[in-house]
Design a protein around this ligand. Structure first.
Ligand SMILES: Nc1ncnc2c1ncn2[C@@H]1O[C@H](COP(=O)(O)OP(=O)(O)O)[C@@H](O)[C@H]1O
Ligand SMILES: [Mg+2]
Length: 373
């Protein structure tokens, strides 16, 4: 089996490092505080939080994880959220259902069994029930279920998506209820960092000052080099430090791309040379680019010519993007035109702005642009 995984949340031996972030997250939540965790996509937030929640479970805290990417209406929120909470609140099923039914007026919990005998829990709406009220009741569930002092931690992934559901009213309702929760800590995470930060830093927003903010960076370079080396060597594959570092650099250090490229290399060499060199790494990256080239061309051709020039400049690490020299070299116009192009590329999720600079969210796309434009 390929020792590198990139399809989903990684666990166990597929997970490495985060030695500082993990205890900080666990301690903050265990201490009863709320936390916002933000970083661009594919930096490893969900995997990190999954591990933190497991740690909290070991300490007797009940944890709930809900990804707002899978929520497309208030109704889906009500159903999914109530269901995960019900499933967490262990005890005889009937008792749990009865208990929960007591807290929910607008919906009736329904239990059924699938063909394998697994319990299925769902909610059925009471005719004429006020859905605003039901929403409020569901949001209040973890606090209601903590009467005996049971502590809960709720993680809302890609939380910025809440604004797409019902303007700001859902956001306001959620805040107004959870601010009274004594036994529940909340963890908000998200990839669209500017949106998420605005939710918590903007005085006019409901979640202003509702949680401590924490930024997640890429994994430490040395840790990644050691991990790559160890995983390849475990399978009898030779790799030197310089080559491992090369993979990390090609990936811009982003955890997902490190695993993605390493998985491709592993597949290439496991039954052949059993040796990774700079050349085999390059070869694997070329293969990945060609596999994705249809999509990359489509994405590229959606851009104006001006934006293509900006991408070209960025792909070549043009130092000062707004300098005259760069403008002349890449045929860029005024600083404001370049700024506008960058903003559009950020909204599209192609470029990410960090404190230091603008960079590609997808390092493979960067290599594609560099090679093809
Ligand atoms: N700590 C880690 N150890 C190993 N791989 C990781 C780690 N964090 C992230 N990854 C890699 O990145 C991929 C995306 O991680 P994920 O947690 O889904 O990121 P995010 O939620 O920030 O988008 C994982 O499938 C894995 O390949
Ligand atoms: Mg995620």
């Amino acid at each position: 089996m390929n020792p590198f995984q990139y399809a989903n949340i990684v666990e166990d031996e597929f997970f490495y490092d985060r030695k500082e972030e993990l205890p900080r997250i666990v301690q903050t939540l265990e201490g009863g505080n709320n936390l916002v965790l933000y970083a661009p996509r594919r930096y490893g937030k969900s995997s990190l939080v999954n591990k933190a929640l497991k740690e909290l479970e070991i300490r007797g805290i009940k944890t709930v994880y809900l990804d707002f990417m899978s929520i497309y209406s208030q109704e889906t929120f009500i159903n999914k959220y109530a269901k995960i909470i019900a499933e967490k609140d262990i005890g005889p099923v009937e008792k749990t259902i009865k208990k929960i039914a007591g807290f929910l007026k607008g919906v009736v919990p329904v239990v059924s069994f699938d063909q394998y005998g697994n319990i299925n829990f769902s909610l059925s709406k009471v005719e004429g029930a006020d859905s605003e009220k039901t929403l409020a009741e569901v949001i209040d569930l973890p606090e209601r279920l903590s009467i005996s002092g049971q502590r809960w931690v709720v993680a809302f992934d890609e939380f910025q998506e809440i604004t797409t559901l019902n303007g700001e009213s859902f956001e306001r309702l959620l805040r107004s209820i959870i601010q009274h929760h004594q036994n529940v800590s909340y963890l908000f995470l998200g990839s669209r960092t500017h949106l998420l930060k605005d939710m918590f830093n903007n005085k006019n927003r409901a979640f202003y000052n509702a949680a401590m903010l924490m930024n997640i960076d890429v994994i430490d370079k040395k840790e990644s080099i050691d991990y790559l080396t160890m995983r390849f060597k475990n399978d009898g594959i030779e790799i030197d430090t310089q080559t491992a570092e090369y993979i990390v650099i090609k990936s811009q250090g982003i955890p997902y791309y490190i695993q993605f490229i390493a998985a491709e290399i592993w597949q290439d060499v496991i039954n052949t040379t059993k040796k990774v060199s700079i050349e085999t790494a390059d070869e694997s990256v070329r293969r990945i680019i060609s596999l994705k080239s249809d999509y990359y061309w489509e994405l590229t051709n959606k851009q104006t010519n001006y934006r293509k020039s900006v991408l070209k400049a960025l792909s070549n690490d043009a130092g000062e993007l707004f300098s005259r020299a760069t403008a002349a070299k890449y045929h860029l116009g005024s600083a404001s035109s370049t700024q506008k192009a960058l903003e559009s590329l950020i909204v599209q999720g192609i470029i990410e702005k960090t404190i230091k600079k603008y960079s590609f969210t997808d390092p493979v796309f960067r290599l594609f642009i560099k090679q093809n434009l």
